[in-house]
Design a protein around this ligand. Structure first.
Ligand SMILES: *Cc1c(COP(=O)(O)O)cnc(C)c1O
Length: 360
């Protein structure tokens, strides 16, 4: 089977070195060898999350991490505000509702970023316990200014929960410095690994909230998971996705060796390059330039083209997989993911494939 280039918002490309590790015989999770590897991973994750708190590894996709945060921090009827700018904001709202929170959806519009003034008005008058927000809205290619959002929430004593599933390890996010209470990410986006794991970090305030939470949880019990992480020989309460843990340990070593600042710089270059190229083809971006994501680019599909035909052409003729729109944007946009392990070569091939598809 010929390998396809995945220019999607996850799963993303996995470097050779990581593939080797992921394909090896899994370690047993109650051995010295595993404890050492898991310690190393936990140390790496703290550096990437920019936190002194423990990072919890859960065997689930990113959505499981979001659910774990809701189930562990809140109680029935807790009032939360979901500042949504697209598909994944709405998912956070759905999870909060499913767990019986008094959740309010503030929709800033698909393709927009959170408007700080509107948010401030809501928080000033709302008496919310927490604000739920997406860092990088993968469905629209928009990045929210989470630093500013967290500052506003802090003025009203509102806890800030950030879905960083498609952003952590790709663009700057400083959990402790920015005063964020919960950050969630996963293995298959910026962390250059196969799917299977989500990662969650909580602030001291969030761990306190976890003390009084009355929502049901068993597998996704973060307090129990933290006990495992804090052991001299750290482990997980149940069998984890060992192969993915091995992969992420390797991938995060590589990421930190390359340097987070260098990753951010590279992503900024990639984002700009894709946007300029797209515009040079006469196509329009969905979001305004100043809020456009450096990890994923959403492109409007002109009337005369069909999104599915562009995607199929790129896949069949060029072996490059991109994605279409979700929800109300289905058929209206195409999305090129350029997060995680993306080489100049892959990017060039993708842009040329796009040009060819448009021409055809
Ligand atoms: C991909 C993604 C998710 C969901 O992650 P899964 O691993 O598919 O469960 C949540 N939020 C954002 C912003 C995402 O990009």
């Amino acid at each position: 089977m010929k390998e396809m280039i995945l220019m999607t918002p996850g799963p993303t490309m996995v470097p050779e070195e990581v593939k080797k590790v992921a394909g090896a015989q899994p370690l047993h999770h109650r051995t010295e060898e595993f404890y050492e590897l898991f310690s190393n991973l936990n140390k790496n994750l703290k550096e990437i999350f920019k936190t002194k708190n423990e990072v919890i590894t859960l065997t689930s996709s990113g959505t499981g991490g979001m659910e774990a945060v809701i189930a562990n921090l809140f109680s029935t009827g807790d009032k939360v505000l979901v500042a949504s700018i697209g598909y994944f904001g709405e998912r956070f709202y759905d999870i909060a509702k499913a767990y019986g929170l008094d959740a309010e959806l503030q929709d800033f519009g698909w393709g927009n970023a959170v408007d700080p003034n509107v948010l401030e008005d809501k928080l000033r008058n709302g008496n919310y316990k927490a604000l739920l927000v997406t860092h990088n809205e993968t469905s629209t290619g928009v990045t929210n200014n989470v630093k500013e959002i967290a500052k506003i929430a802090d003025r009203y004593g509102v806890a800030v929960i950030v879905d960083a599933v498609s952003s952590l390890g790709g663009i700057p996010l400083e959990m402790d410095e920015w005063g964020i209470d919960a950050v969630i990410t996963c293995s298959q986006k910026c962390l250059m690994s196969p799917p299977g794991l989500s990662f969650v970090a909580l602030s001291e305030r969030a761990w306190k909230m976890a003390e009084t939470s009355n929502l049901p949880k068993y597998y996704f019990n973060l307090k129990k998971a933290r006990e495992g992480v804090l052991k001299p020989n750290p482990d997980t309460p149940a069998t984890p996705a060992v192969s993915t843990i091995m992969a992420v340990a390797k991938a995060t070593n590589m990421l930190l060796e390359f340097g987070l600042d260098n990753v951010y710089k590279r992503q900024a270059t990639y984002g700009k390059r894709v946007r300029e190229y797209v515009k040079s083809l006469g196509l329009e971006l969905l979001p305004e330039e100043d809020i456009a994501s450096d990890l994923i680019t959403a492109i409007k599909v002109p009337e005369k083209y069909k999104a599915s035909e562009i995607i199929n052409h790129m896949k069949e003729k060029h072996g490059v997989l991109i994605t279409g729109g979700q929800g109300p944007l289905k058929g209206k946009i195409i999305r090129i993911g350029h997060m995680g392990y993306v080489t100049e070569e892959m990017l060039t091939k993708t842009l040329e494939a796009l040009k060819d598809a448009i021409k055809e």
